[in-house]
Design a protein around this ligand. Sequence first.
Ligand SMILES: *Cc1c(COP(=O)(O)O)cnc(C)c1O
Length: 425
Amino acid sequence: MNQSVDTKCLHAGWNPTQGEPRQLPIYQSTTFKYDTSEQMGKLFDLEANGYFYSRLQNPTNDYVADKICALEGGTAAMLTSSGQAANFYAIFNICETGDHFIASSAIYGGTYNLFGVTMKKMGIECTFVDNEISEEELDKLFRPNTKCLFGETITNPTVSVYDIEKFAKIAHKHGVPLIIDNTFATPINCRPIEWGCDIVTHSTTKYMDGHASAVGGAIIDSGNFDWLAHADKYPGLCTPDESYHGITFAEKFGKAAYITKATTTLMRDLGSIQAPQNAYYLHIGLESLHVRMARHCSNALAVAKFLEANEKVAWVHYPDLENDKYHALQQKYLPKGSCGVVSFAVKGGRDAAIKFMDSLKFASIVTHVADAKTCLLHPASHTHRQMSDEQLLAAGVEPDLIRFSVGLEDPEDIIADLKQALELI
Ligand SMILES: *Cc1c(COP(=O)(O)O)cnc(C)c1O
């Protein structure tokens, strides 16, 4: 049955039969029992399907991954312990020392460090590019050892919209997959696979969990990228794997090759499994994702319109606003609304921003974004605190940028809070 994405939030994944628990059970077990040593041996050889140790796979996690897979329209999916682990595994599954990839420079700061600093130490080089780059300029940056292109549907914290179709076309022309972090949009508002993206990642910590209760991540593979057609580029998927008696993932597992390799090699060797308890919290969040996203978006639009009209506000970025630079892309890729995050600045620089933030009554200052309660962060005084204004601009963060994550409260209360704080500066 072809269900809508809203219905899939409730019914995809765990599908109990007669007498089974209505709600997804938590398989709080590190290990799984087998009757014969031969049966267990077949699992280790990937000759049979089954659970044996929760560092690699756990049924609770897999049911949740199945739901997310259905929401994104993918072929196979897995959970990870965090969004950072998801983005690392998504790249490291197809990149080795000496390889190169290209990423949008407008991405989450943690991902920027992972790609630009930590992965560099592993001998994997990332070239960062502006989202406005032309096809001709981007073509020139591809090298024989370039293995993928990476971007975010909606960037954190500048809320610009990625032109997925454009970048998918360029990636495929060069024989590499496009990987997209779809955290801010969620599959309710945008399904990148429908626009040509090959692999989707998530920090499930944000809207998917939705209640600031569990850190987690997910990777979803469309199954559309033909690894064997580019076998020379992807030896990890297309040549025999010594650690599994010489099986070749792309031949043995077909469309599930990428996720199977990530679970059976990266999870096995590096860990980063999501705790089944956290997967359970995530699952509860997913059941209301469609209802919450609609409210996050309508609240954020009301807030953005209020800010846009307020004389103490210097500027507002929110793609759903008609005169926003990214409005056309929002209309194309996110017609139901983008997300609940609005970035803006008050007039008067850092001091005015601090005064304003400290005067808010219930919008709280937290290092978080995209959950049920309205919160905010000022990168210049928090995450990027040690930097001068010049350094901030060089890092792409406007010194006066306030990242405002609109929650699920009554929009009139959120606006009243903003209004009283703006009046004090
Ligand atoms: C938060 C975030 C991450 C990192 O996720 P964690 O779950 O905190 O590890 C990655 N990408 C985006 C877009 C994020 O907002």
